[in-house]
Design a protein around this ligand. Sequence first.
Ligand SMILES: Nc1ncnc2c1ncn2[C@@H]1O[C@H](COP(=O)(O)OP(=O)(O)O)[C@@H](O)[C@H]1O
Ligand SMILES: O=P(O)(O)OC[C@H]1O[C@H](OP(=O)(O)OP(=O)(O)O)[C@H](O)[C@@H]1O
Length: 191
Amino acid sequence: MAGRLIYLIGPSGSGKDSLLDAARTRLAERGCRVVRRVITRSSEALGEAAQGVSPEQFAEMQKQGAFALSWQANGLSYGIPREIDDWLAAGQDVLVNGSRGHLHETRERYPDVQVLLLTVDLPVLRQRLLARGRESLAQIDERLARNTQFSENLLEDNDAALCLIDNSGPLENAVERLLSYLEGGRPAPER
Ligand SMILES: Nc1ncnc2c1ncn2[C@@H]1O[C@H](COP(=O)(O)OP(=O)(O)O)[C@@H](O)[C@H]1O
Ligand SMILES: O=P(O)(O)OC[C@H]1O[C@H](OP(=O)(O)OP(=O)(O)O)[C@H](O)[C@@H]1O
């Protein structure tokens, strides 16, 4: 049986990278692969979460068909290596740090994709982006503005296939909800 493609989305700063990092070992124990993305952001070049490449390298990789999915956002290009198709075909679950903006295309290519939306209360989100200190104030405001565009649409769609995980509290709570989702198909109810 084919594995499940699980597509984790959420606002910038909602904790997608943190959640995947914190859950990495336990996900591996359950046979779930976390995709290492290709990003035109050099500071992530050494991280487990991403391979940093130049825009030229990215364009070349894209031309060679290296990506199963790819998108542009926040001035960066992101690619999901096409190896995920082999993993899925071999029955492995695959977790992707995805893009809200690319959800439609992802669903077209992978109709059975399972979508997890990570949410954080707005004041907490702003604080976390400021504390992360990776972007300038102007960039943070751009990211927060990008949220309004997506969050309302996603939540108003009343999309039954969308599963929500709140990360306004301790990260460990979100980790537990992610893992119980993987075990049962749906996370335990919010406490
Ligand atoms: N549950 C949490 N409690 C406190 N801080 C968190 C929590 N989750 C994430 N953070 C912090 O919030 C910031 C944004 O998280 P990050 O994983 O980079 O988000 P994303 O990948 O969605 O942009 C980081 O500085 C991270 O350490
Ligand atoms: O369409 P959106 O949902 O807005 O997503 C755009 C991109 O932003 C995030 O990446 P990244 O981890 O580089 O950014 P972040 O840490 O600020 O979330 C996300 O994983 C997408 O690749």
